[in-house]
Write a protein that binds this ligand. Structure first.
Ligand SMILES: [Zn+2]
Length: 83
């Protein structure tokens, strides 16, 4: 079962790992960059290895990003670094 990123309006923490739901729960209204950094940290703790820009499950599949968290920020962060 792959990790999902979920937005919760009443989350206690900004970013939290929910093992039961295999989900990274992000509080609604978080700035995109902060949410992304938090989710990345959780995925890294889970053993995720980045295979390119974006977010990756520990199994190697891409993790989708919920639209309410902002799309442009992810694209900016996920853009490959220019040499
Ligand atoms: Zn997976």
């Amino acid at each position: 079962m792959c990790v999902v990123v979920r937005v919760a309006g009443a989350a206690e923490q900004d970013v939290a790992w929910d093992a039961r739901e295999v989900a990274v729960v992000v509080r609604a209204g978080m700035p995109t960059e902060e949410a992304l950094a938090g989710v990345r940290a959780v995925l890294s703790d889970l053993g995720s290895v980045a295979r390119g820009p974006g977010l990756w499950c520990f199994c190697g599949e891409p993790v989708s990003w919920p639209v309410p968290l902002g799309r442009s920020g992810l694209c900016a962060v996920a853009a490959p670094a220019t040499p």
